[in-house]
Ligand binder design. Sequence first.
Ligand code: AMP
Ligand code: ZN
Length: 417
Amino acid sequence: MIRIYNTLTRKKEDFVPLEEGKVRMYVCGPTVYNFIHIGNARPMIVFDTVRRYLEAKGYDVNFVSNFTDVDDKIIKKANEEGVSAEEISQRYIAECKKDMAGMNIKPATTHPLATQEIDGMIDMISTLIEKGHAYEKNGTVYFRTASFKDYGKLSHKNLDDLQSGFRDLKVSGEEDKESPLDFVLWKPKKEGEPYWESPWSEGRPGWHIECSVMSKKYLGEQIDIHAGGEDLIFPHHENEIAQSEACNGKEFSHYWMHNAFLNIDNRKMSKSLGNFLLVRDIEKKYDLQVLRFFMLSAHYRSPLNFSAELMEAAKNGLDRILTCAAWLQNQSANEGELTNQESEVVEEAKKYVGKFEAAMEDDFNTADAIAAIFELVKYVNTNKTDELSGKAAKALYEILKQLCDILGIIIEKKEEL
Ligand code: AMP
Ligand code: ZN
C-alpha cells in the first residue's frame, strides 16, 4: 500500500484513488520568463518519479502540469528586450522542455498554457460572482475569502491571525478590497500589457485562478494529487482550494504533496546573493542524469543542499551503478543456461526489489530506494565471475533496470554510432 504525506491532514495516509486504477495528478509548473533554475527542477524530478512509481504499480496516470505564460515578470522581460510577451514565453517553454528531456522527465499528458484557457477562467470567475464568492470593484474582481469557511485549511492558518497579519499590508491598486485577505481573480490591463476582453474590464486573470481552471478542464472537478514546491502552500494552493471548492461544491484534491526547498551551499538560492544556478549551468559540467540522481538522493520533504562536492559524490554514486549495469549488459551476450547456483543468486537479488518498493511506498522515500539499489549493485559485484552465464547476467540486469527506470535513471548503454 502506497502511503503519502498529505499537507492537508499533516499525516501519512494510505493512497486510495477516486477511481480504481486511475490517478489524476496536477503539478504547478513554472512561470516562463527565463531558463529554469535547479530549484524549479526539484519538483519536476520528484513528481515525475512519483508518477513513474504509480505507473509501475499499474495505475493509469493522467498527469497535468501547466506553464504560466502571462505574468508581470514575463511582461517585464518582454519590455526589456522589446519583443512580445508571447515571444518570451514561447522561447522559455521550448527551453524548459529541452531541460526536462535532459533530466529524463516525461512530458505531461497535457501541458496547458494559461493564455489558451482564458474563456474557462472567465466562466469560473462568473460562477464565483453569481454564488457570492467574488465581487467586482472598478474592473478588478476579488475572491471574497470570508465567504469560504474552510479558508486556511491547507496552510493550517487561522483566519483571524491572517487578518491581523495582513492589516497593514496595502498593495497599491488594491485599496477596494473588502478584506486584506481577498485576492485578485481578474485585473484590468495597464498600458502596453497583453489583455483579453471580459465582462469586467479589458485585462488578464490572476495567477491562482489558472490552476483551478486548468485542473478542472483536464482532470475534472475532483483530483487525487495536487503538488508543487512548499512555497506554494500559501497563498497559491490555499487560494486554489477556495476557488475550486467554492465553485464546484466538492473537495478539490484529496492529497496535497509539497517538496522542500533546494539550497546552495546552505544558503537560500537568490539572485541578489549571486548563488543562482540554472539547469543549463549544470549541463556544462555534468550529464543531467547526475542532477536527477542528486535530487533523488534526499527525501522530497527534506531540505536539500547543493554543493560542488555533493554533485561530485552523486556522480561517483551513479557511476558505480552504471559500471555494474554495463558489465551485466556485456556479460548478457555470453552463452549458457542458468545453473542452480545462479538461480539462487537471481532469487536473492529480487529481495532488493522488495526493499526498494518498501521505501517508495513509504511516501516515496527515494533516498532509501537508492540505498536499496546500491545494495543490489554491491551484491552483484560480490557475485560476479567471468563464468556468469548470459541468462543470469540478463536476469540481474533486468532487475537493476526495473528499479532505475522507476527513478528515471537510464542505464542502457547508448548505441554507438
Ligand atoms: P515558479 O516558477 O517560481 O512558480 O516555480 C515553479 C516551481 O518550482 C514551484 O513548484 C516552486 O515551488 C518550485 N521552486 C522554486 N524554487 C525552488 C527551490 N529553491 N527549491 C525547490 N523548489 C523550488
Ligand atoms: Zn498552481
